[in-house]
Design a protein around this ligand. Structure first.
Ligand code: PLP
Length: 409
């Protein structure tokens, strides 16, 4: 299905800006997405007319702010089809959400000899918290490998599962390879040995959406800033029975029921996981972003991604010396394309592309274990979202052809 979303570009003020003499070919949405005017205006309006701290005041502004904050929780719950808004913990972003699960669930339940299964393509946000918890608890980390075509090796996963595996934490979409593992099969296999499943949805949720009820996982984490919303807010969704098993990762105001001199008791879920003043204006931005995405339709977002990815893969294949690190076709992959051009350093590539208004990221993309496995220190990475066009891909390819000529690859 081809969908035309080009009319949406006018909603994004950043595209009025030129980069030097060139249109703004922004191809770095996997790092952070641009924001539509609807999100910017909703936050601005709220800050000007309704702002106060939440959950504290009996006065009107605070009541309104609390209602707006709790409306964001309900909105996030409906976006992912959660059974209840109480299963939605609002937090700083995917990194905080994954730390909450690793420390708050893993730290409580893991014992020496238990195993935590990750995959070789995890972002550091789904690696380092588990390393910290493994060190604390004596649990062991193992990593599911990839196939030659950069898909998750499901047979290896099944072989690695045994009764000692207590956690399987996997990305919903790799921020380097674009690989989308079949999460339903991962969850089914993990649950067959009684393991808790954690999905890093930082890339998955913005691009394909997620229905947490049909997905079946125990926890899903994602960030608003990668899905048209502001920085500083994200979601940890957990099944209620798992959240009940989790200890708060942070203590402070708002998360307590009572505090004595030597001990405290916790507020109800989800508030016990939201210590301190939460991101209030950002919550309003999250609501507006989810409204915008639902208005466009996540099926359309996914179809548009697929079209751009197929086109980019075929155009990149025309350039000799381009190596793409990721599944070769759109099957089982999303709109994140990592590549190298001969032995040109990815930072040099990014600089040359920038001179033509094309913004791509270069580096290890916070996935150093994966980069080592790929045998490269860095790649360049182009990533798409609903405001990108075929012309953006053409500008990328033109820039790469120019770099190839310059460096004589
Ligand atoms: N997981 C993946 C796959 C990501 O791509 C990212 C960010 O790039 C994160 C986790 C961390 O997200 P955040 O920096 O918003 O916490």
């Amino acid at each position: 299905m081809n969908v035309d979303l080009s009319h949406l570009r006018k909603d994004f003020p950043i595209f009025e800006r030129r980069i030097g003499d060139h249109p703004n070919h922004f191809l770095d949405s996997a790092a952070s997405s641009q924001k539509p005017i609807q999100v910017l205006e909703a936050m601005d309006r709220f800050a000007r007319t309704n702002y106060a701290n939440v959950h504290r005041g009996a006065y009107r502004l605070s009541v309104e702010a609390t209602e707006a904050y709790e409306a964001a929780r309900r909105r996030a719950a409906s976006f992912i089809d959660a059974s209840s808004p109480d299963e939605v913990v609002l937090c700083r972003g995917a990194t905080t959400a994954l730390n909450m699960v690793a420390h708050g669930w893993g730290g409580e339940h893991l014992r020496p000899g238990d195993r935590i299964l990750l995959t070789l393509m995890e972002h550091h946000a789904n690696v380092v918290p588990w390393q910290m918890v493994a060190r604390r608890t004596g649990a062991r980390l193992d990593h599911v490998p990839l196939t030659d075509e950069y898909h998750l090796d499901l047979e290896a996963l099944e072989r690695m599962l045994d009764d000692d595996v207590k956690v399987v934490a996997v990305t919903g979409m790799s921020n380097v390879l674009g690989t989308i593992p079949p999460i339903d099969r991962v969850v089914e296999a993990a649950h067959s040995v009684g393991a808790v499943t954690v999905v890093d949805g930082a890339q998955l949720v913005p691009h394909l959406g997620v229905n947490v009820r049909t997905l079946g996982a125990d926890f899903v984490a994602f960030s608003a800033h990668k899905m048209l919303g502001p920085t500083g807010i994200g979601v940890l969704w957990g099944k209620m029975e798992r959240l009940e098993e989790m200890e708060p990762f942070e203590g402070g105001g708002e998360m307590i029921s009572d505090v004595q001199l030597h001990h405290a008791t916790w507020a109800a879920i989800p508030h016990r996981f939201e210590a301190g003043t939460p991101p209030i204006i950002e919550a309003v931005g999250l609501t507006a972003a989810l409204d915008y995405l639902d208005e466009v339709g996540m099926d359309n977002v996914a179809a548009h991604d697929r079209e751009l990815t197929a086109y980019a893969l075929s155009r990149l294949a025309e350039i000799p010396d381009v190596t793409v690190y990721g599944p070769p076709t759109v099957e089982g992959r999303g709109g994140v394309i990592s590549f190298t051009l001969g032995d040109v350093h990815p930072h040099d590539l990014a600089t040359i592309l920038d001179e033509r208004g094309v913004s791509v990221r270069a580096g290890h993309h916070c996935a150093k274990p994966l980069m080592r496995n790929l045998g490269v220190p860095a790649t360049a990475r182009a990533s798409f979202y609903l405001y990108n066009t075929l012309e953006d891909v053409d500008a990328l390819v033109d820039g790469l052809e120019r770099a190839a000529a310059l460096f004589g690859t």
